[in-house]
Every structure is written in structure tokens, then in C-alpha cells.
Design a protein around this ligand. Sequence first.
Ligand code: NAP
Length: 431
Amino acid sequence: MRHIAVIGSGPAGYYTAEACQKLFGDAVRIDIIDQLPVPYGLIRFGVAPDHQSIKGVSRRYEAVALTDNVRFVGNVRLGRDLSIDELHDLYDAVVLATGAPHDRALGIPGEDLRGVIGSAAFVGWYNGHPDHETLAPPLGGPDVAVIGVGNVALDVARILSKTRAEFAGSDITAPALDALDAATIRRITILGRRGPHQIAMTPKELGELGHLARSAPQVDPADLPPVEADAALEPGLRKSVAHLREFTTLPPKPMTVAFDFFAAPVRIEGNGHAERVIVERTRLDELGGVSGTGETYAVPAGLIVSCIGYKTPPIPGVPYDERAGRFANVDGLIAPGLYAVGWARRGPTGTIGTNRPDGQAVADRIGAEVAGGSGKEGRPGLDRLLSARGIDIVTFRDWKKIEAAEIARARDGAPREKFTSMAAMLAALAD
Ligand code: NAP
């Protein structure tokens, strides 16, 4: 028997559990430990609430969760409720699948002003993450700036643009929906420090921006390279750039999502709260990098959402790569018996599906490097340790109760109304 602890119940965690289950069959017991009483990590809290079809992958994870050799252990935080050394004593292998839930800093003056918010916090807020329940983003001004030209920037701009009716069928939380409905935004400026050929937005998601009810994207034709240059792009990027070309011709709507390319933020200004971001015009070099031209200008914005990437929080006792913002590892191996998968291994890139081969690779490594039959105790040992500390674990069956309560209180047409605090989640369980 191999006893494996997977920390984190997002896509990386469940794909790893699935791969271990296939590889070791009945000769494995896997505990998926999560600090929250609810599973699925990024699927629940990262994927946009209006992209429900992507969230459907959680059904696959549920199939894994419902097997006998895998169990969900919610409401248990590594580093607070138990240590990495204690896990090593109990399990043959420990796999960190903790994702990258913290925002990378912009590193410019003024980023601590009220109204400057990282995308992890902003996305967490509209997706009902308990850590961001009280965020209260300032939505009462006409201008918003979104920094970065990746898919998260697109999610943020689209969510800020949509009308209440366009959220039909989504699971955006009721408080976020009400706040967005009362917002007075007229212009969202998406700031890209490089040019249209350097965007990290995928075509399907970018195309959505051209079909919103009250909001129209806007691109300055002068920013686009000559159309012949698109031929050299990789096909997906070429399609995305084709959308940007379409956006130069769209008629205006009451709200504008303006792409401002070659614009690097250099500081944020305001009297106690963000009022504008100062950007420097940049110039591309032949290798796709940029340098500043010295020309600066102000983009007004009372809310500034930086969508420039994420980092994995360190865990005491686990080697950490500060520069990369993730655990120090070689192909998933951190130290003997200790592995990382997903964003905690390779940083915040790739799609949800990228985690599948990741999980498989770590399962294979465990098969080759970690012998079974070591006599470690696994589950009963964990239960004894947690119960001695007075920690009530949340099981998968418990989660199904929370889920049923969320479904029961959903508004018309919505799949669920999420509980947005730990207390409310645990209270639903007690009912
Ligand atoms: P990303 O794709 O890496 O994009 C980050 C953006 O931030 C880039 O445009 C980058 O520009 C810019 N940036 C970084 N540092 C900056 C700075 N200091 N100042 C200004 N701009 C800066 O990251 P992401 O958007 O957070 O997405 C993370 C991953 O999740 C990606 O793989 C993404 O595709 C995926 N995702 C997918 C979806 C979906 O619907 N399919 C939705 C959300 C996320 P440079 O290129 O110049 O560095």
C-alpha cells in the first residue's frame, strides 16, 4: 500500500489523484487535503462565472473523489493545522497542488493606494472566495484600468462590462452581481506594455468581447502591425490578432473597452485612493521586448486591476524559488517524497488540461521513486492527529450537503448561489 497526501483540491490535485489511482489501483490511499470546506480550487474560484461549460470538468473530479481509495479532507490548512514534517511521517509521498493564489506585485509607486487590486483578489471576489468576500472594489467612477493582456485581463474586462441580463446562467455571487449592476463604469482601458502581436489572449475568449450588449472593444488601427506580418504568427495568435483588427471597425456602445498598447505603467497617483495610472510609451525591439520612450501620459482610473500573473505562497519547511514565485523543484521533485504539480510546480501558465499530463508525470515519478509497504499510517494517523487538535474535517459527503444548499438557494437560471464565507459554508453543513 502507498499512502499519498495531495495538498490542494483544484485541477492539479484531482488529476494527480486520478493518475495515481489508475497507476496503483487498490494499492493506494490518497487524501486530498484542502484548507477550504469546498473542493475544486481554480474551477470554483478562478474560472469565470460566465464560463460554466469549463467548470463542468468538476464532474470528472467528483468521479475520482467518490472512489474508495480517494478522500477529500476539507477545512485543514497545511502550515497552520499540521506541518509538512507531520505529513511526511504519515504518508509515503506528499504532493503540493496548492496553485498560485497570490497576486504578483506591479513594483511601481502607488500600487498600495486604495482601488488598486490584483486579479487574484478581484476574481476571488466575484467568484465568492472567502478570502476576498469583503473586498468592496470601487465601482462608482467612470474609468477603470486593467493592466496586462492575458486571458485573466479579458475575464476581468468582460465581467466589468456585462449587464445583469448577460450574467443569466452564471454563478457570479449575488453581492458581486448587485455591485456590478450599480456600477457607473463607462470606459475600461486595457494596458499592454507590448504590442498586438505579443498578446496572451486566446481567440475564443477575445472574440467574446465583440458581442457584449452595452460594451464595445476599441483598438487604434495605428497600433497594429501591417496585416502581412500576421502570416508569421502561430495560428491561435493570428486568430486573436484578427479579432483585434475587427475591433478597429466596430461601432461604439455606451461602454468602451479600449486597448492601449505600447503602454507600460510607471506609477499610480491619487489622493488617498487611485485616480490615474501614469504610463510610459514603449517601443518594441526586434526580439519582442520593449524599452521606454520617455513619453508619459495619464490614464484616469478609480479602479485599477492588475492582471499580470500569480505566485504560490511559500510553506514553512518547503524549498521555494523566490524569483519564479513557486516551489523549487526539478520536474516536479522538490525533495525525496515531496512533489509539486500544476501552478505550484511550473508557475501560472497553461490551461486546465495542462494539469493532466502534469499529474500523470508525478504519479509516474512516485511509482518509480517511492516504494509502497513502508508501514506509514496514512488516513487513521491523520484523523487521530487532527482530532487531537480539535479540527473538524469536512468530508466529500459534507461538501455534497454544502453543494445541495447552494443549489437550493440559487437565483432563477443560475446553477448555484455560493456561500462566500467559511462560517456560512460550515453553517450550511450544520443545518
Ligand atoms: P498571462 O497569460 O501570463 O498574462 C499576463 C499579462 O501581464 C501579459 O500580457 C504580460 O505582458 C503582462 N504583464 C506581466 N507583468 C507586467 C507588468 N509588470 N506590467 C505590465 N504588464 C505586465 O497570465 P494571466 O492572464 O494571469 O493567465 C494565467 C494563465 O491562465 C494563462 O495561461 C491563461 O491563458 C490562463 N487562463 C485561461 C483562461 C481561459 O478562459 N481560457 C482564463 C483565465 C486564465 P508581457 O507578455 O509583456 O510579459
